[in-house]
Structure formats: C-alpha cells, structure tokens
Ligand binder design. Structure first.
Ligand code: NAP
Ligand code: HSE
Length: 362
C-alpha cells in the first residue's frame, strides 16, 4: 500500500493529538483511503523542549526547509498558531505544491481568501475544519448538508475557553482569574488568552462561519465584538436569580439582503438549548429557510477533539490525491453586502432578553 507522508508544524496541544491519532488510527484511515499515512517530519520552535509524546524515528527539527524541500511530504499540517509567520509559511508550503490542513482561525479569518487563491493556483487543497468549534464538524456540514437550503442565521457558543470560565463561575462560583488559569492548564486557551476572553477568537470563527453560511467575507472592522473580561461573579449570580445564564455568543444573520455579525456576552434563558452547553463544549445553531433550526454540539477545544477534525481534513485531502481532484473551492461568493457594525452590541438580535441592571449591555 502507498504511504502518504505528512509534515507537522507545531507539536503543542493540537499537534500532539494529531500525531497520536495518525499513529493510533492507521487501520481505519487506510481502509477508507487505500493509503497509509505517516508523519515524517515535525517542525517546532524549540527542539529541546520536553514532549508528552514519543516521536520515535520521526525527524523533529526547527528547520522548516526540512518539510518544504522534501518531495516525499505531500500534506503539511500547520498547528503552530498566529498570523505571522504562519501565513508566510503556508504560502511557501502551497507554492511547493503541498496540500495544507490547518486549525488556525486567526490566519484563515484574516488571510483565508489570499491563501485559498494560492492553493488554487497550485492545484492544492487548503482545509481548516478544526478552525471553528474544535471537534464539531461544522464547516463540512454546512458545505455538504446545507448546499440546497438558504441559511438565514448561524449563531452559537464558539469559544471553549470562555464557556469553560463562565461555567466554572456559574456552577462552582470560581473567580474569573482562577477559571482562566485552569482553562490554560487544560490546553483550551490560546498561548496568549487575550483573544479568547476578549471575544476576538469567537469573532474569527464567526467570520469563517459567515463565509461558509452566506458566502460573505466579513472583516473584524464590520463586527461589534465584546468579551467576558468584565463579567463578575456577582453578575453570574444575579443572572441566575433572574432565570438566565451568561454565554458568550456569536451571531451572524441575513438582514435586508446583507449580513450582520457580532460577538458578545448574552443573557440566555435557562430553558434555551444554548444554556445547557457547559465547560469547553461548543454549540452552533444553523437556521435554514427550509430546515428551520438545527443544533450541532461537541467539544470546542482540546487536543484530541481538535485533532479529530484535523484528521478528517487529512483523510479528505488523501482521497482528493487518490482521485486527482485537489484544489476545489469550498465556498462561493453569494451575498456581497455586509451591514455596518452597530454602536452598541447586540442591538440587532431578536433574543428576547431582559437584563439585570448590572448587565446593561444587551
Ligand atoms: P500550542 O500548544 O501553543 O502549540 C504550538 C506549537 O507550535 C508548539 O509546539 C510550538 O513549538 C510550535 N511553534 C510555535 N511557533 C513556531 C514557529 N515559529 N516555528 C515552528 N513551530 C512553532 O498551540 P495549540 O493549542 O496546539 O494550537 C495550535 C493551533 O490550533 C492554533 O492555531 C490554535 O488556535 C488552534 N486550535 C487550538 C485548539 C485547542 O484546543 N488548543 C483548538 C482548535 C484550534 P514548541 O513546542 O517548541 O514551543
Ligand atoms: N482557544 C480556543 C477556544 C481553541 O477556547 O475555543 C479552540 O479554537
């Protein structure tokens, strides 16, 4: 059986999960694709750092050229994070005619179109299922299962770290700082958690979801984005007393021929399905004109759940290599108009919310 060689850039929370899954799930993958997969080379920032996984005879190096210049490596998995130098690295990899799988929402939200164009020029795949909602296969579901329906709205809990923090505050009355520290220890938070708590990570994911749901390219400047940094334990307790829970929600919806998107903390009635999504779990509610409301739930962060989404992309790329069909565009431009950001967060939502006085934002 032919073996497809993989280059891995990053061996942190997600990279370790990817390596474990490639090593442990060989049989299933080769049954589906008719190909063996093997990680040949791993590029990291510091080769001397102790690792949680045995890399055996895999080359572990700080030299990116060990992947770029290796004609045997056909698929490169980028799980190092950040926009720079990840963008330049992925462009180089694609120009070297290697397929790319990434979990990097910062990069895809800000430079996805540009990189997709480079991928197409080189007849390569660029896939990023793991960039939104970790282990939930939401992008593939929107492409495949909503292909004939008109999506009206996509909303949900798309950041695991903030949902973990809010859950600990709500259920165990932990302080915000203690819950954030634990989320970092568990590997849910970004290496710099500012983007998580400030709502920026969720906004990146809403940009990608809007592209898939409406074919519309929204930028950060189009969105009102608010995080959970100012939520106090007293706010969480007061919300509960009024029959609500506080969740960081992202919402993108069609309004008057345009698309409107925002991210912010919202009071969710306790009997709403999104109120029951706890810890690092995410949930994405997709509303289609024909199908109505659908809800997709699962772990939104963590090594193995995210690695599962990366592996599903690797399997898709492998099938495309076998069928000689790589480089097909995943999304198409449909709704061009983006509605301007509102002066105040969540002014356009139809959530029927009443705020306790200390949560005057919604
Ligand atoms: P992480 O634990 O911080 O790991 C990052 C890895 O990248 C480390 O192994 C690091 O090397 C390596 N690295 C950093 N800069 C590098 C450079 N310039 N050249 C080569 N290697 C470099 O991050 P993570 O949590 O695995 O996240 C990786 C990506 O997945 C990010 O884009 C993140 O947003 C995304 N993601 C994460 C999760 C999650 O639950 N953690 C879920 C979905 C998506 P060293 O080990 O030597 O420092
Ligand atoms: N830091 C991100 C989160 C990882 O907490 O959701 C998954 O994208």
């Amino acid at each position: 059986m032919n073996t497809i060689k993989i280059g891995l850039i990053g061996l942190g929370t997600v990279g370790t999960g990817v390596l474990q899954m490639v090593m442990n799930n060989q049989d299933k993958v080769s049954n589906i694709t008719g190909q063996n997969l093997s990680v040949k080379t791993i590029v990291v920032h510091d080769v001397n750092k102790p690792r949680d996984v045995d890399t055996g005879d895999i080359t572990v190096t700080e030299d990116l050229n060990a992947i770029i210049d290796d004609p045997e490596i056909k698929i490169v998995v980028e799980v190092m994070g950040g926009v720079h130098p990840a963008k330049e690295i992925i462009a180089k990899v694609l120009n070297a005619k290697k397929h790319v799988v990434t979990a990097n929402k910062d990069l895809i939200a800000s430079a996805g179109e540009e990189l997709a164009a480079i991928a197409r020029e080189n007849h390569c795949d660029l896939m990023y299922e793991a960039s939104v909602a970790g282990g939930i296969p939401i992008l593939r579901t929107i492409v495949n299962s909503f292909s004939a329906d008109n999506i009206i709205e996509v909303k949900g809990i798309v950041n695991g770290t903030t949902n973990y923090i809010l859950t600990q505050m709500q259920q165990h009355h932990w302080k915000y700082a203690d819950a954030l520290k634990k989320a970092q220890e568990l590997g849910f938070a970004e290496s710099d958690p500012t983007n998580d708590v400030a709502g920026i990570d969720a906004a990146y994911k809403m940009i990608i979801l809007s592209q898939f749901s409406f074919g519309t390219h929204i930028t950060m400047d189009d969105m009102a984005v608010e995080g959970i940094q100012n939520i106090q334990l007293s706010d969480v307790k007061q919300a509960a007393a009024f029959g609500y829970t506080i969740k960081l929600l992202g919402i993108a919806r069609r309004i008057n021929g345009g698309v409107f998107a925002e991210v912010g903390p919202v009071l969710v009635p306790l009997d709403h399905p999104l109120a029951t999504i706890n810890n690092e779990n995410n949930a994405v509610m997709v509303t289609g004109q024909a199908v109505g409301d659908t809800l997709f739930y699962g772990p939104g962060a963590g090594g193995l759940p995210t690695a599962n989404s990366v592996l599903s992309d690797i399997v898709s790329v492998t099938k495309n290599i076998v069928l000689k069909t790589p480089g097909i565009r995943l999304t198409t431009s449909r709704i061009k108009s983006v509605l301007p950001r509102p002066a105040k967060s969540f002014t356009h939502t139809t959530w029927r919310l009443r705020c306790p006085t200390s949560l005057a934002k919604c």
